[in-house]
Design a binder for this molecule. Structure first.
Ligand code: H2B
Length: 97
């Protein structure tokens, strides 16, 4: 799970995410998405639920919260790029909205 995704294998994992609001990050092997909520408390509550999964899977987002928005970047630091863990966590984030 912690190998960097190859050009050959990344398509099936990333394509569904790129169709669901995720974007490749310019200059990094990473994906990003901004989540917008009704209120700051809704945003923070979502972050709290995400944090539980991130700890469970030992895979953590790079994220920034401003009021009701959470800007998320996913990449796997240990392998210097995207791994299957990033796709897995991205699916979880989308599912927790
Ligand atoms: C020591 C600890 O297990 C590692 O630093 C984990 C923690 N969370 C992580 N999160 C992410 N996004 N990438 C990693 O490589 C990573 N490594």
């Amino acid at each position: 799970m912690s190998e960097r995704l190859s050009e050959e294998t990344r398509g099936p994992l990333l394509d569904p995410l790129l169709k669901n609001g995720w974007q490749m990050v310019e200059g990094r092997d990473a994906i990003a998405k901004t989540f917008t909520f009704e209120t700051f408390v809704d945003a923070f509550g979502w972050m709290t639920r995400v944090a539980i999964w991130a700890e469970k899977w030992n895979h953590h987002p790079e994220w920034r919260n401003v009021y009701n928005r959470v800007e998320v970047v996913l990449t796997t630091h240990d392998v210097g790029g995207l791994s299957a863990l990033d796709a897995k966590l991205a699916r979880k984030l989308d599912g927790l909205v």
